[in-house]
Design a binder for this molecule. Structure first.
Ligand code: UD1
Length: 373
């Protein structure tokens, strides 16, 4: 009798969506796989979730757990509680999680406690900063996953040092870069340049893109005010477009921090508009993880406003510079870039748009399921 490989794929927060899109597409190309999509509901706003589904053609989730926002413990516990009956009812052969958000560890933990094999895509990344909630999520998810799909060589070393068996670790490339390859030509048709007055005919002005949402940068009023002070100085030299994450917006609303006219605050934007902006930017300032990778893939200079990165390949091979959060250092780094001293990077191995194919091929080859003969 033929038997389908049932894989439950988990998404929860915005950065999960460009990672799951190519995996769902690749799984759907294989009739021997039945891909199921579960959204935890960690992110629920149109601009943080729905628009990504539409723009990237991700199928509507079969189940939405609708957990919403909450403290780390409350959110994680709620996902654990709500996903368990789904896993028991649907009996998947594998649960696949991506990235490092609370939904990643919560769904992974529920799966392994039921004896369901677990795959972690983007395994082995380490900032070695355990004050970051994502670092805890990474370490714990990697400790329990049966398949560890990694984007870069350093990740293999980290996993081996943590005692994970070599046979579980697979260097496959970067699924988020699969999405970038697929959607970049469509993103170039975005009208965001005209809408923001950055484009005249075919010509783009010089401009910077800024994103800030790490708790360490935005949860303290003093830190956020200090960073925006630096951004004011930069905005006086070059327009800075700043799509504001809800976490950051809450802090700005509470504190009423003011900013320079050339610092252009806009609500969160969809994947295509954002990709278009980043691809045309003179430079990007960010504390995001994924954007460090996207700028490396696009060859756009990136200044990372953090003290550590879990993505060192974007520094050793890519266009990323880790400059921390000291205002004087940030301003100096931007001036250096604007003066033409830009770092020339190269694309890391296997960041070629085919990571999802490699992952699905490995799963089909190794999962202990009797398939159709
Ligand atoms: C989460 C991830 C982080 C990721 C980020 C991307 C964890 C621990 N953190 O952080 O790794 O980089 O997503 O965006 O999983 N909110 C809304 N609308 C939404 C969702 C949230 O307004 O759709 C507001 C809520 O007030 C919420 C706050 O944003 O309390 C933070 O959301 P949360 O999911 O807890 O963390 P993020 O900061 O988004």
């Amino acid at each position: 009798m033929s038997r389908c490989l049932k894989i439950i794929n988990i998404v929860g927060a915005r950065p999960n969506l460009p990672k799951i899109a190519p995996l769902m597409r690749e799984m759907q190309r294989h009739p021997e796989i039945e891909p199921v999509l579960v959204h935890t509901g960690q992110h629920y706003d149109e601009t943080l979730s729905d628009i990504f589904f539409r723009q990237m053609g991700i199928p509507a989730p079969h189940v939405n757990l609708e957990v919403g926002s909450g403290s780390h413990a409350a959110q994680t516990a709620e996902i654990l509680k709500r996903i368990e009956p789904i896993l028991i009812e649907r009996q998947p052969d594998l649960v696949l999680v991506v990235g490092d958000v609370n939904s990643t560890i919560a769904a992974g933990l529920a799966a392994v406690k039921l004896g369901i094999p677990l795959a972690h895509v983007e395994a082995g990344l380490r900032s070695f900063d355990r004050t970051m909630p994502e670092e805890i999520n990474r370490v714990l998810t990697d400790a329990i996953a049966d398949y560890l799909f990694v984007t870069e060589e350093d990740a293999i070393e980290h996993l081996l040092k943590e005692g994970r068996p070599r046979k579980c670790i697979h260097l496959v490339g970067n699924v988020m870069i699969d999405s970038l390859h697929q959607f970049l030509p469509i993103a170039q048709k975005s009208r965001i340049g005209e809408d923001l007055g950055l484009k005249n005919g075919a010509d783009w002005e010089r401009f910077a893109v800024l994103t800030l949402h790490r708790p360490s940068n935005v949860d303290s009023t003093e830190k956020l005010a200090e960073l925006l002070g630096a951004m004011d100085a930069i905005a006086a030299q070059v327009p800075v477009v700043f799509p504001v994450h809800p976490r950051t917006q809450q802090r700005l609303t509470q504190t009423g921090i003011t900013h320079h006219r050339q610092l252009c605050l806009i609500p969160p934007i969809g994947y295509l508009d954002f990709l278009c902006l980043v691809s045309k930017a003179t430079l990007v300032l960010t504390d995001s993880g994924g954007i460090q990778e996207e700028t490396t893939a696009l060859g756009v200079p990136c200044l990372t406003l953090r003290e550590s990165t879990e993505r060192p390949i974007t520094i050793s091979e890519g266009t990323n510079l880790l400059i921390g959060t000291d205002p004087a250092r940030i301003i100096a780094a931007v001036q250096d870039l604007l003066a033409g001293n830009r770092k020339i990077g190269r694309i890391p191995p296997l960041w070629d748009g085919h990571a999802a194919e490699r992952i699905v091929e490995i799963l089909l080859r190794t999962l202990p399921v009797e398939l159709a003969s």
